[in-house]
Design a protein around this ligand. Structure first.
Ligand code: ADP
Ligand code: ZN
Length: 431
């Protein structure tokens, strides 16, 4: 059941003590970086004064901006010689940032991924197909090393080449897969083209899905279509990559590995700390990193902490699935909404296919919201479409308070991104 039972089920007060111990060490280590040493001087901070976890609140936040301004080596805490790996964010928002790891960091990261997927039920007898990008993106290599640590047979297939992915699954009896949720749905079209049934013709039993926001309904759709268990995997390159927070078999929130990461939730506007249970921006401090310590790193991701203990016995607190990044928020006709809310409404319709896009335009000085969505099977009768359009528009209006125009399109029509799905096309002010 447990990869590291002692740590995973550690008494909460002991866990806090371990965190404090590691926090002190990391704050001292950060003083070796050009960036934090200068911050410490500016605010007159002495890491040896830290007596409790709350003392971290005396330190400023770090954001992507600082990482960019002090690119490339401003956050390095060890001589360059000790660095064995560089990674980069996928650059979803602006210029990518770089992160450096020592050998110990890499090892520790692999252990966190192993702990995460073992928790979900992966075992050495599994054949693991890793369809995430290898290279600068952390999804591929991060999972690769973790899966090898468990002793699974790893197929480093990488992304794309969908027919070959299915051939691999069939020929090597893949049982576990790491896949973007949007790609998991897309792959269903390819199964169909090959006249194969993903429930019967492959031996998949579990998927690790993450790296992009997705709804509970999307998870269900993936689980039902493949007849598998799908587990939510959360991470970001600035912390390591995957292995920061992961779902246990309860599938009700993601355990944040608190022995490695100190989590705070803040109000992104006032920057005030929020109590457990309230939704806000996730802020992380690395507690166990040599190469590049990060203090109070603002992720821009919105979630909340579940304060109650998890029935699985792990004491590391859980966070909710990510609602989106605070810059994902759409303001349409003055109403605030997140793409994931639209997805939640869409996924409830069995007639709906595997891809959708949210299009925003200005029509006669007014915002117009159009949802383009692929349908599963073409209908002969146009009235079926009309009714469906009406029902979808109402379901979305109930969720986000704005009634969209619904555009039903044939399967495979909507252009797919190569990496993380691009759900929103904002043409406002451009037409
Ligand atoms: P980039 O910021 O360029 O996308 P990363 O590749 O490091 O760089 O991606 C990390 C981000 O991906 C997270 O901050 C979060 O926004 C998103 N993400 C990762 N895992 C999940 C997940 N399980 N659910 C929702 N969003 C996720
Ligand atoms: Zn649990």
């Amino acid at each position: 059941m447990f990869w590291e039972k002692d740590i995973e089920t550690m008494d909460v007060s002991e866990l806090r003590e371990l965190q404090l111990d590691r926090l002190r060490t990391i704050l001292i280590r950060a003083n070796a970086t050009p960036y934090y040493s200068q911050i410490y001087k500016q605010i007159g901070f002495d890491p040896s004064d830290v007596k409790s976890l709350d003392d971290i609140q005396g330190l400023p936040f770090t954001s992507k901006n600082e990482l960019r301004e002090h690119y490339p080596y401003g956050f390095l805490a060890v001589p360059r010689d000790e660095i064995v790996r560089m990674h980069s964010s996928s650059g979803t928002t602006g210029r990518p940032t770089v992160v450096f790891h020592t050998m110990r960091d890499i090892d520790n990261w692999a252990n966190l991924v192993a702990r995460s997927i073992y928790m979900a039920g992966a075992r050495r007898s599994d054949v693991f197909q890793n369809t995430m990008g290898y290279g600068l993106f952390t999804g591929g290599l991060g999972f690769h090393y973790g899966a090898e640590k468990i002793g699974m047979m790893v197929i480093p297939s990488g992304p794309g080449n969908s027919q070959r992915q299915i051939v691999f699954m069939q020929e090597f009896d893949t049982t576990a897969i790491h896949i973007l949720p949007s790609y998991a749905l897309h792959l269903l079209d390819v199964f169909e083209e090959l006249s194969l049934d993903p429930k019967k013709d492959v031996k998949l039993r579990m998927a690790f899905i993450g790296a992009e926001p997705h709804s509970e309904e999307m998870r269900k759709k993936i689980e039902d279509s493949y007849d598998i268990d799908a587990f939510n995997s959360y991470g970001l390159s600035e912390m390591c990559g995957p292995g920061v927070a992961f779902e246990c078999p309860e599938k009700n929130g993601l355990h944040v590995w608190e022995d490695n990461f100190l989590i705070e939730i803040i109000d992104p506007q006032t920057l005030k700390l929020l109590p457990d249970g309230e939704e806000g921006e996730i802020v992380f401090t690395t507690l166990n990193r040599e190469g590049m310590p990060l203090i109070r790193y603002r992720t821009r991701d919105l979630a909340r902490i579940y304060p109650d203990p998890c029935p699985c016995g792990r004491t590391h607190r859980r966070m909710s699935r990510i609602k989106g990044r605070d810059d994902d928020m759409l303001i349409i006709k003055g109403v605030n909404m997140f793409p994931i809310q639209i997805e939640t409404a869409l996924m409830k319709f069995p007639e709906i296919g595997r891809n959708y896009q949210i299009i925003l335009e200005t029509v006669g000085h007014m915002d117009e919201l159009t949802i383009e969505v692929e349908i599963l099977t073409p209908a002969d009768d146009m009235r079926v479409y009309e009714r469906l359009r009406g029902h979808i528009a109402e379901a979305i209006r109930d969720e986000v308070l704005v009634k969209p125009k619904i555009n039903l399109v044939q399967p495979g029509t909507i252009k797919r991104a190569e990496g993380k799905a691009v759900r929103v096309v904002d043409k406002r002010g451009k037409n």
